[in-house]
Write a protein that binds this ligand. Sequence first.
Ligand SMILES: [Zn+2]
Length: 429
Amino acid sequence: MFWDKKIETLKPADLTALQLKRLKKTLAQVQHVPFYQKRLADAGLKTTSIKTLDDIKKIPFTKKQDLRDGYPFGFFAVPLKKIVRIHTTSGTTGKPTVVGYTRKDLDTWSDLIARNMTMVGITDDDIFQNMVNYGMFTGGLGFHYGAEKVGMTVIPSATGNTRRQIEMINDFGVTTIHCTPSYAMHLSEVAEEMGTGLDSLKTGIFGAEAWSESTRKSLEGRLGVTAYDSYGLSELFGPGVAFECPEHDGLHIWHDSYLVEIIDPKTGEHVGDGERGEMVVTPLVKEAMPLLRYRTGDVTLVMEDDCLCRRGKKIARITGRSDDMLVIRGINVFPSQIEHVLLEIPEVGNQFMVYIDRINHLDEMTVDVEINREYFSGELADLAILQKKVVKELRDALELRTTVKLVEPGSLPRFEGKAKRVIDRREVV
Ligand SMILES: [Zn+2]
């Protein structure tokens, strides 16, 4: 099933020509961004230097740190007046990365999501409950507008209150849900506790976290859905970058919109199809915030054969990160962000440990932090106040609830060389 049959079934030669045309357009568009003006000039590159897709290798990579350095609007290629939406994503320290969208970008983005949903047989007959965060996280509004474009009946239920989510699924006859795989597991357990089925459900779209085939089997069995993996990242609009098709063997990525390279993260050199490496993406259709060779940090491979369902090489499921970013309940967290928050609170030291567990299928983060005696009386009442303060500061910075344990000075492990402050006890099942 096709949303945009012409573009989704382009012959390889036509696709290459379209990619090259769009890459050249993107190169012209980035000339409005001072960062890229300088970057391309330093590399001795002109718009005319790119004659084939292979010439992309001449262009330097763009890293997440570059985007952070451009905070807040340094990467916008259009005047702010033309920006109609802003989302943000966590950076490695206090400041997030800002992503802007023009009206055309929002239209392009929702179109890509409509392609994905149509690919798996979702139509305007479907009733869609979108159980993800509707704030700065792109998963909420991204899927919302894509589903409306398909013509689905959309229920913007967002997160929380699982019993009410279940009531709505049953009362409204919801056929399609979107959430993180861990929340889906939690949903199925609460439904069991309530003694209710979720009989109307047919399709589950799960994303923003790594999940495996055994989770698929479990979710499909418990919820009575066919499950599809969804991949995206805010710097590339948000969700809708790649999506599983009914073959359930890898994810389609829309090559007319995203130019994909897989590199060895250490050398930056290309690796072959079938070889794992870091995915580097040049979005070809972004207006407000065009990027060149963006290093996603996500590890995957390009599959060697075309899919049975349509042309175009798929990517394998994301199997990890090439940096230290954690994904907790779908939210990106860098250990350096936690450190940054703790350093601002004089009553605690700069020694901390982070533990991540999966409890009842939900990610839980615990931060152990040492008290700083110089600034702290040791009164129990003060201890409770301090503990609350640390929880609040972390929640404000990470948009994530954490458990904080205050511990005696000197009681946490010290590291020689690279500190290992994060113990991830979740099993990727
Ligand atoms: Zn396919």
